[in-house]
Design a protein around this ligand. Structure first.
Ligand SMILES: Cc1cc2nc3c(=O)[nH]c(=O)nc-3n(C[C@H](O)[C@H](O)[C@H](O)COP(=O)(O)OP(=O)(O)OC[C@H]3O[C@@H](n4cnc5c(N)ncnc54)[C@H](O)[C@@H]3O)c2cc1C
Length: 443
């Protein structure tokens, strides 16, 4: 059987693959669910948060309080997956920004124009506007159901613990807590950087993925401003890039719906922007491009500054597991988290869904989806290699960068374990009455 026959069979007969559960309705979960609906009879997205169709900030995606740029590549991929998305976003207030003339880049002490992107238009909006537009399109798919206000607590497996058979859920809020189980042939974890999948695997007796971490100690502080009505500059978006040897400090002003600016300051190598009103402005004033601070002075702040510090690049090496729990796939930030200062996370999430599509296309129909987990994680890893290299190569240029490779992590864990054992032994010794103490007590 050739690849084309397999694709035709799987896509035209989605019932062949039964029921898929997706954990999390972020960009990774939504785009993956869209792909799964081409192959599975039913797809259920489980999400802790509520009111997902409205463009508002929500608890499960705290990073949405910080400016999210979507590079042209990511935008084009999303438009291909959801035709008409760009036009819909523009009609809802997203700003079309001309790549050459309307984006000002201040890098290493001077302004640059993106000549190579001269004719391209990129979209600028809040992350909630983008995500809610994708959400509505996914929710309209007849084979997809969305269960909001439910968190996945645990994986269910068959007796031999070789295959996932579903998830245990808990309804959010409400008392007493309501628990339920949901059977599934496939569970895809897209629950973001705090994914529980490594712990779930360990609890089931599987080796959890090793990790590589590249930390440039980037910190964020962001707030919303009303855009000045008579703003006279030719740029719509202003980026000041932190650059090794020039400056640890940077910022971005993005136009978003509602005539607002999303203003984010970032500092590398631990030089983090403050979250106080005065500190925020001082940091903006210290940037190498004076236009940044001047623009803020002309605008009205709408929110208090908010900080974010967990920005390290982190790969969980699911592609190298010695043994796979069949039917469990992991994608998006749950598998690869990139330093947000490079604005690649959403593009990476969409690329993950394309890797899923390719894996399912090439996959035959082995019973119980055997072999799919390994095939997907390996393809995802190949897909992400370019973005991982791009972001971590830049971060490694900071002298303060901390790199933890899997073998160092294992060594660290062994050292921590040894220290713990020594401490506990010492505590036990202290608790044991000494022989001289006994003598004193009994005489
Ligand atoms: C400060 C900051 C700025 C960023 N800026 C940019 C940018 O400019 N451009 C860019 O492309 N990327 C940016 N990113 C990265 C981007 O936000 C992420 O890469 C992207 O959101 C990953 O999407 P995801 O779907 O994997 O995870 P998330 O968006 O984190 O979504 C995970 C979802 O899973 C849900 N969930 C979690 N656990 C459970 C559970 N047990 N049960 C049910 N639901 C659960 C959560 O509620 C959430 O909805 C930024 C990130 C940060 C931190």
């Amino acid at each position: 059987m050739n690849d084309k026959t397999i694709i035709a069979r799987n896509r035209s007969n989605p019932a062949a693959f039964g029921h898929a559960v997706v954990i999390g309705s972020g960009i990774a979960g939504l785009t993956a669910a869209r792909v799964l609906a081409d192959y599975f009879a039913r797809v259920t997205i489980i999400e802790r948060d509520s009111q997902l169709d409205a463009p508002q900030f929500r608890r499960g995606v705290p990073q949405a309080h910080h400016a999210h740029s979507l590079p042209v590549r990511g935008q084009q991929l999303l438009e291909k997956q959801f035709p008409g998305l760009t036009a819909e976003l523009i009609s809802q207030g997203a700003e079309a920004v001309h790549g050459g003339s309307e984006m000002a880049f201040f890098v290493a002490g001077e302004y640059h124009q993106l000549r190579q992107q001269g004719g391209l238009i990129t979209l600028s909006s809040s992350r909630p506007l983008l995500e809610s537009a994708i959400y509505r399109r996914v929710a309209a798919q007849p084979r997809i159901r969305i269960l909001s206000e439910h968190g996945v607590e645990e994986l269910l497996v068959d007796r031999s613990r070789r295959r996932v058979t579903g998830v245990r859920l808990r309804r959010r809020g409400g008392w007493p807590a309501q628990e339920a189980t949901l059977a599934a042939d496939l569970v895809l974890d897209a629950s973001g950087r705090d994914s529980q999948a490594p712990q779930w695997l360990a609890d089931l007796g599987y080796t959890p993925p090793q990790e590589t971490v590249v930390n440039a100690f980037t910190g964020y502080s962001s707030r919303l401003y009303r855009r000045p009505a008579n703003f006279g500059e030719s740029w719509k978006t202003l980026y000041v890039r932190p650059t090794p040897t020039h400056s640890t400090r940077g910022g971005v002003i993005l136009p978003i719906e509602g005539d607002r600016w999303h203003v984010t300051l970032h500092g590398m190598a631990g030089d983090h922007p403050p979250t106080s009103e005065a500190g925020f402005l001082d940091f903006a004033r210290s940037l190498a491009a004076s236009q940044f601070y001047e623009a803020l002075c002309a605008a009205e702040p709408l929110t208090e500054p908010r900080g974010y510090r967990r920005t390290e690049n982190r790969t969980r090496h699911y592609e190298r597991l010695p043994r796979y729990l069949e039917g469990l796939l992991v994608c998006g930030d749950a598998a690869f988290t990139l330093n947000p200062v490079h604005a690649m996370g959403m593009t990476a999430a969409v690329l993950g869904s394309l890797a899923l599509d390719k894996t399912l296309q090439a996959y035959g129909a082995a019973p119980n989806l055997a072999g799919l987990a390994g095939a997907f994680q390996q393809r995802l890893s190949r897909t992400m290699a370019e973005l991982w290299k791009l972001t971590t190569d830049q971060d490694r240029r900071w002298p303060q960068v901390e790199v933890i490779e899997p073998w160092e992590q294992a060594r660290r864990e062994r050292r921590q374990l040894a220290a713990k054992i020594t401490q506990e032994a010492a505590k036990r010794r202290d608790r044991t009455p000494s022989s001289s103490g006994l003598n004193v007590a009994f005489t």
